[in-house]
Design a protein around this ligand. Structure first.
Ligand code: SAM
Length: 372
């Protein structure tokens, strides 16, 4: 019989609490049920409530998520939730928890969320709730980005490569990938000036030169409005001097309006959750055909199946009509229990499709192709 590992209940509670706290997940989210379970285990073991709470407060203080301010309304909700549980377990609340409960503050339009992954974590300024309120889907993180990370880690396809990401949004995929996957060069791209502004802030926050805490506080109120406007963003590029060994660039790239001569030379294209709107299929396909044929490189696109099953299929059929091939290389279904990111989304299958010139096919085409 092997030796049973020691599992420290207070550590488990603390890591779950920190995770739920810094991802700013609402207390109705499944991860808080896990926190409650861990709390129950602590009380069952008769751990000293004061020591456990002190450890929680100390771990919150030193957690990577503390690099950015936490929404006060979220802090209120989380600590209030904790006080209700504590009361049930007959724990006396320490002042660090109780002092926050004087008054509930209004939600701000933007929040910082921290996404841990292994040894690294990424903190992003995101829109708080209404993910289309600023006229773009790009100001929050989607679960496709998470799936693309799982695929990239598993496949090691990006190691040592020059990578172009299409429709990067606020940078969940790229900011994690450049810190963990030994990529030679990573080019983020998107078309919307607001999205590129948030991306700019998130790069500074995670890869060096972060603004002060006071400035970061302000951005939760008014968002981040620099350096681009709708008029100045077109064809812009910016190289970053970052603490990672990967060369990082952000490039404005609108699939509906770009110059082929400005497309970067790369080894691989990646993207997540960019196939959701049928009206974008044509320009996106044109862009992919252009980049894939010029570079003889593959593209890997993570697609989430939402309401309409046919949307991804229609896109892949269009891609194939243009002489490219597609195949599924990775397939996941995330559940709320995974605790990941998109708390506003339910259970959806996500697949990564490889799109490439036919000569690069790795599998024989099968009859009656399955897209999802
Ligand atoms: C649903 S979001 C996904 C963002 C990110 N890839 C993720 O998974 O979190 C779609 C992204 O595509 C971008 N996008 C939409 N239309 C585009 C276009 N014509 N050219 C380039 N990017 C576009 C949006 O700005 C947005 O960032």
């Amino acid at each position: 019989m092997g030796i049973r590992p020691k599992i420290d209940r207070a550590d488990l509670l603390s890591s779950l609490f920190c995770y739920a706290f810094y991802t700013c997940l609402p207390t109705s989210h499944r991860v808080w049920a896990d926190v409650r379970e861990a709390l129950y285990k602590c009380s069952e073991q008769d751990l000293d409530p004061e020591l456990v709470q002190n450890q929680l407060i100390s771990d919150l203080k030193y957690h990577p998520g503390s690099r950015a301010p936490v929404s006060r309304s979220h802090q209120f909700q989380a600590f209030n939730w904790f006080s209700i549980q504590a009361e049930e377990f007959k724990w006396k609340l320490i002042p660090e928890f109780s002092s926050v409960l004087d008054k509930e503050l209004e939600e701000l339009p933007f929040v910082y969320r921290t996404y841990p992954r292994g040894d690294i974590s990424v903190t992003l300024l995101e829109e708080n709730q209404d993910h289309l309120s600023h006229g773009t889907t790009g100001l929050i993180t989607w679960q496709g980005a998470y799936c693309l990370l799982d695929w990239a880690e598993w496949s090691e396809e990006l190691k040592g490569k020059s990578v172009l990401e299409l429709g990067s949004g606020i940078g969940q995929f790229g900011l994690t990938a450049v810190q963990s996957l030994q990529i030679k060069e990573f080019i983020f791209s998107d078309f919307h000036h607001s999205v590129l502004n948030y991306l700019h802030l998130n790069i500074s926050l995670n890869l060096g030169n972060p603004p002060s805490m006071e400035e970061l506080e302000e951005f939760m109120q008014r968002g981040y409005l620099e350096p681009y406007t709708a008029d100045t963003v077109r064809y812009s590029t910016k190289d970053y001097d970052v603490k990672s060994t990967t060369k990082v660039r952000v490039q404005h790239l609108d699939w509906r309006d770009y110059q082929s001569s400005l497309l970067p030379r790369v080894d691989i294209v990646v993207a997540s959750d960019i196939v959701f709107a049928k009206e974008l299929h044509r320009p996106l396909t044109d862009t992919l055909v252009d980049i894939i044929n010029t570079n003889s490189c593959p593209a890997y696109i993570a697609c989430t199946r939402r309401q309409e099953e046919g949307v991804v299929k229609a896109f892949l059929e269009m891609v194939e009509e243009r002489g490219l091939s597609s195949e599924i290389v990775y397939d996941r279904v995330y559940s709320p229990a995974d605790g990941i990111i998109a708390h506003y989304e339910g259970l959806h299958p996500v697949k990564v499709f490889k799109i490439h010139q036919d000569s690069l096919r790795t599998e024989k085409p099968s009859k009656g192709k399955v897209y999802f």
